[in-house]
Design a protein around this ligand. Sequence first.
Ligand code: AHR
Length: 497
Amino acid sequence: STARITVHPSFVRGHIDRRIFGSFVEHLGRAVYTGIYEPGHPTADADGFRGDVAELTRELGTTVVRYPGGNFVSNYIWEDGVGPRDDRPSRIDLAWRTIEPNEIGTDEFVAWTKKTGTEPMMAVNLGTRGAAEAAALVEYCNTSGGTTWSELRRRNGYDEPHAIRLWCLGNEMDGPWQIGHKTADDYGKIASQAAQAMRRVDPTIEFVACGSSSREMDTFGEWERVVLEHTFDDVDYISVHAYYQERDGDRQSFLASGASFEAFMHEVIATADAVAARRHSDKRIRLSVDEWNVWYIDNFAGEDNLELLEQPRLIEDVYSTIDAVVVGDLLGTLLRNADRVAIACLAQLVNVIAPIMTEPGGEAWRQTTFYPIALLAQHASGVALDARSDSPRLVTAKHGEVDAVSTVVTWNADAGELVVGLTNRSTEPVEVTIDHVGFVDASLSDARAIVADHEGPRHTAESARAAEPQPLDGVSVRDAATTLTVPAESWSFLRIA
Ligand code: AHR
């Protein structure tokens, strides 16, 4: 079968905000302890941060990093994590039933973001706490001095303010599993109050309101509407959380996860714009997709069945090549919607449903899902184009009829480079023609693909390398068109300069 894609440099969908290549470090399992931080590890720096993990974080192209949760934040006392380490309490984290030693807190995390060239995205606790504690944290982080909280930061060794720009107003407050979860009305009120208080401390900061924990929540849609009715004037973004997994061997539906992801995002945008319409406002709330990934959540025993441990191996999913194909498609879907997606955080960065895995005292390695993210983060820049796509259709059990080939095209006018991501969700190869009249003197500079196999999870660095995108033969760039065959169940990546 065949697909035809038409692109033109003047069909611009939106500017790509680099924060789309964000990630997430939660105090969960081994994300922090033996993840980013492991004093005594052969690669650890003077502050105890693992050099190998920092290096892979840079290679992945990570921009913003959300912290400290996640479910963890909804019972977190941020004051526990600052000041002399010997005085810090150890507590039971109620979200994951884990002993939290508070060796790493806000100051250390900000120090880690500086080392890795990333930007912190801070979440506040609106589960067991409220506006006062959230405003105090902004004062601790962002006020230069002369107040109790800012002077405490300075005494703790951080003379310069942390200047944290992005703030999440709680986490998944619609979810019954969340400590202190709320109705949309109750959450909308506390989120609005917290944002107003925090903004009085620092008028330059930006806010993310909690959207639904998934498209499947019973309250989805109504939750967004009610929350935004309360917070519309206070916030800049609403969050989207979305996880996908293969169930019952239904590869086709799994490969088409991006179609559901896109519909989900469009539904949230429509709801936000409906709230704007009712207020006669031209303000446009944008999306912070601050948790997205493949997650085999069915394998997780649940929060109520956890043994109380320190640094447990929690939700350490090991990925296969089909997972890498889906992750490539999900990131392409985010980029394709660059007009409304401002921020996206892969959940998560290290060990916990992550592209980077570590062994305590041992090596750090790239999972299969690392590769498509690193390639897109490195090369997809400038603007996302509105590609007109004529693709064969595919009927899936879960998502109905979808395009067999999904496409994302980005254009960097300064570099004169088109980047094309193509996911073939079907079991047949598809011949693709990309018409690119309007791009003069186009020639191919790179063509690679990841093809899903049936071998299952890749438990070692060596076996995960099977998902390293391999050169794709038979790509021809001639005059105003590129032709190629995309293999069955694959993700392909082209650079045309
Ligand atoms: O990323 C893992 C968990 O997924 C987060 O803590 C929570 O926000 C979501 O349910």
